[in-house]
Design a protein around this ligand. Structure first.
Ligand code: OGA
Ligand code: MN
Length: 289
């Protein structure tokens, strides 16, 4: 099988074929995949059908895994589903469905932690007949197209990212226990970051970014929303319509993503592993938990 990397028309995203991720990867094959990931930031591996262990093993090649925010309930880690424990579908007004709705806004995983996630690796298990696509936006290209005045102004600015800010309207305060919430205080991240592997600059925004430190709260909140909206436009976006077994890895350090809605009476079950960012606090590493 020859490894095939097929970039689409957008500034990010490529489809990878000719590799079976159920097998351990040899060094050269992994190196090609990692290098393609750095170039394209989102890699789509169609119909891999990995078991949970295989999904974790592949993910660990990118680094240690991150613990779920439901830190005291590790068994539920990684599932994104509107199917309830009894097999019925969670109605739109339920906490489970409301929490999922939060994912339909542009975001980068775990940026409400002091060190945000490096990679997210999402696999489709049960998909609806229509809708439920995931979409990514290239924040490297979004930075590139900012005007020089804006680039210079943003250069030393820091945003406050907050779980409470982004999740409160979607039941986020009820989903977690007081102890789990106590591990998620507001944190700060520069608005412009340089990617450690590629050296490219990118805009670091998304739904968890509440406001800019030292600036007017409402004004800076509006600016963050405008930067996100303007950045997440074609040709800087790509969208994937899932089939069961598909696996996608994206780089949370330089892309935003969002889920699209689907018919509320249909099940959708995804499983995600998350690779911790470099220098993540020990308390967020799955292995030491
Ligand atoms: C995620 C996420 C969106 C989706 O897995 O982190 O935001 O389409 N998913 O399920
Ligand atoms: Mn997400």
């Amino acid at each position: 099988m020859a490894l095939e990397i097929d970039p689409g028309d957008a500034t990010l995203g490529a489809t990878v074929r000719g590799v079976d991720l159920r097998q351990p990867l040899d060094g050269p094959t992994f190196a090609k995949i990692e290098s393609a990931w750095h170039d394209h930031a989102v890699l789509i591996f169609p119909e891999q059908h990995l078991s949970h262990d295989q999904h974790q093993d592949f993910s660990r090649m990118f680094g240690p895994l991150e613990l779920s925010i439901r830190r005291n309930r590790p068994k539920s880690a990684g599932q994104l589903t509107n199917v309830r424990a009894d097999g019925t579908i969670a109605p739109p007004e339920s906490l489970q469905a409301r929490f999922l709705l939060g994912n339909t806004f542009w975001h980068t995983d775990s940026s409400y932690k002091r060190v945000g996630a490096k990679a997210s690796i999402l696999a489709a298990h049960v998909v609806p007949d229509s809708g439920g696509e995931t979409e990514w936006a290239d924040m490297r290209a979004a930075y590139d197209v900012l005007n020089d005045h804006m680039k210079a102004w943003l250069e030393d600015k820091v945003a406050v990212h907050s779980y409470e800010f982004s999740h409160k309207p979607y039941g986020g305060m009820e989903v977690l226990s007081p102890d789990e919430l106590s591990h998620l205080p507001p944190v700060e991240h520069p608005l412009i970051r340089t990617h450690p592997a590629t050296g490219r600059k990118n805009l670091f925004v998304g739904r968890h970014a509440s406001h800019i430190l030292g600036e007017d709260l409402e004004e800076s909140r509006k600016l963050l929303a405008e930067l996100t909206e303007a950045g997440a436009q074609p040709p800087r976006t790509c969208r994937h319509a899932w089939k069961p077994g598909d696996l996608v890895i994206w780089d949370n350090r330089c892309v935003l993503h969002r889920g699209h809605r689907w018919p509320e009476d249909q099940p959708r079950t995804m499983v995600r592993t998350t690779v911790a960012g470099d220098g993540a606090d020990k308390e967020w590493l799955l292995e030491t938990a």
